[in-house]
Design a protein around this ligand. Structure first.
Ligand code: ATP
Ligand code: AMO
Length: 429
């Protein structure tokens, strides 16, 4: 029977199993050869005593090159000296595909490699259990997210990624040629998720790519990222902040429950955060920051400023009530203090994970805010129309999946959280 190496237990002792995997290591001791077979879930020691296995099997195993793909059929034997307490004495040892040598990257990590080299040969890098573990956790995060929202009556949607307008100020758009016209890769599903509120969907979520032409090279920016977006009708910023903190807690619970092995591979002790997360206003954050960094009121916090703030804030926290001018046009200003708006960022330490807001749902105010930000209401035609014929009050947020993984797994570079990252220098693989 085909098994993953991790599925072999005492019950298999004395029984025959079939394993498929890669050659992690070969140790040739003359009359005895040890082959370490690696698959997605672990390792198995294949032991070949010259006198006990077929000659051709012995020769094949002895000469097989590292990272070749093999099929091994053999009996499982209890062996306390072997890493998992068992070994396989092979009857069959078939090389399904021989790997070339030398390898461009050492999967055993005896020869360490820089991130760039790792990313250049990502398929080999991903064979490392520690690296693979990040994507097991990522898969659990996305699965938990879907369950969380389905249980709460949300509808999963997919909105266009080829679009005609910008939504977020600050970062640039990637232009593309769309037949005879210019178009762009979408920065955020913002306009579409809001439009769906006018369509009466009430609660939507989307997990999809966002594209941002960030020119700078940082450890927390990608040019293609994955965003979890929600939009909810008949609620405000406080309502969607509750969804956000509940989701973060739920994701942690699910990962702790289902990814223990992968967290161990990553050497991460993940703790489930407590609700509610601390909330501080922009003004309060500015007060803390200004003890060390000078940020004029109204501006976003720089990275050094956020690092000052992080010294004072533990775990996940929200920064609320941002200056209206620092947030996109769609954020709802407070009625009694128009210079601040009903918006928030979710932070962990110095890292921003999500931002969101109650949205403006009144047409006139929205047009006014679009103009105030130096944008042309004409280019928001389809979006603005939705506000004229029954747009409910609504709120939402966007959460970066890679940023969340960075925070949960203590990754030092966001590129670690993407299979094939896109940055200023990198378009392949
Ligand atoms: P055996 O009687 O099982 O062949 P051994 O100690 O005589 O064992 P050696 O040929 O001396 O075997 O093995 C060389 C090295 O391999 C030793 O360090 C030994 O501890 C180790 N070794 C031998 N068999 C195993 C095994 N099945 N799993 C892990 N290590 C082993
Ligand atoms: P914002 O622009 O803050 O808000 O983006 C939301 C979240 O997306 C992630 N993110 C990124 N991750 C990696 N690399 C990037 N270049 C990058 N850009 C953004 C971050 C960020 O917090 N429309 C609003 C959301 C809303 O209000 O609903 C928006 O896009 O984790």
């Amino acid at each position: 029977m085909r098994k993953f190496t991790s599925e072999i237990s005492e019950e298999d002792f004395g029984k025959k199993v079939t394993l498929y995997g890669w050659i992690h290591e070969v140790r040739d001791l003359g009359g005895l050869v040890f082959v370490v077979l690696r698959d997605r879930e672990g390792f198995a020691q294949i032991t070949l005593p010259k006198k006990k296995v077929k000659q051709e099997v012995f020769e094949r195993a002895k000469n097989v090159r590292r990272e070749s793909v093999v099929k091994v059929v053999g009996e499982v034997k209890k062996e306390e000296r072997a890493p998992n307490g068992f070994e396989i004495i092979p009857e069959e040892f078939e090389v399904l595909n021989e790997a070339d040598a030398p390898l461009p990257l050492d999967v055993t990590e005896k020869v360490p490699a820089e991130l760039d080299t790792r990313l250049d040969h990502r398929f080999l890098d991903l064979r490392k259990h520690r690296v693979f573990a990040i994507f097991r956790v990522r898969s659990e995060v996305l699965n938990a997210t879907r369950e969380f929202f389905h249980e709460r009556g949300f509808i999963e949607v997919n909105t266009p990624k080829i679009v005609s307008t910008a939504t977020e100020g600050g970062t640039e758009l990637f232009p593309i040629t769309y037949f005879e016209r210019e178009a762009f890769l979408n920065q955020s599903p913002q306009l579409y998720k809001q439009t769906l509120m006018a369509a009466g969907f009430d609660r939507v979520f989307e997990i999809g790519p966002i594209f941002r032409a960030e020119e700078h090279n940082t450890v927390r920016h990608l040019n293609e990222a994955t965003s979890i977006d929600i939009e909810v009708s008949f609620t405000d910023h406080n309502g969607v902040m509750k969804y956000l903190e509940e989701l973060i807690v739920y994701i942690h619970e699910r990962v702790v429950e289902n990814c223990e092995k992968y967290l161990n591979w990553l050497n991460v002790k993940l703790e489930v955060p407590e609700k509610p997360f601390e909330r501080i206003t922009y003004d309060e954050a500015l007060e803390i920051v200004s003890r060390k960094e000078e940020i004029p009121w109204g501006e976003d916090f720089s990275t050094p400023a956020l690092k000052v703030l992080a010294e004072h804030m533990q775990g996940y926290y929200f920064i609320t009530d941002w200056p209206t001018e620092s947030k996109p046009f769609y954020a709802m200003p407070y009625e009694n203090r128009k210079e601040i708006c009903k918006s928030f960022d979710l932070m962990k330490g110095w890292l921003e994970l999500a931002s969101g807001a109650q949205r403006i749902h009144k047409y006139d105010l929205l047009v006014e805010r679009i103009k105030a930000q130096g944008l042309d209401p004409e280019s928001f035609g389809f979006y603005l129309e939705a506000f004229r014929y029954g747009m409910p009050p609504h709120a939402g947020w966007g959460l970066g999946v890679e940023r969340l993984l960075m925070a949960m797994l203590d990754l030092k570079n966001i590129r670690e959280a993407v299979l094939f990252p896109r940055d200023r220098q990198r378009l392949v693989p």
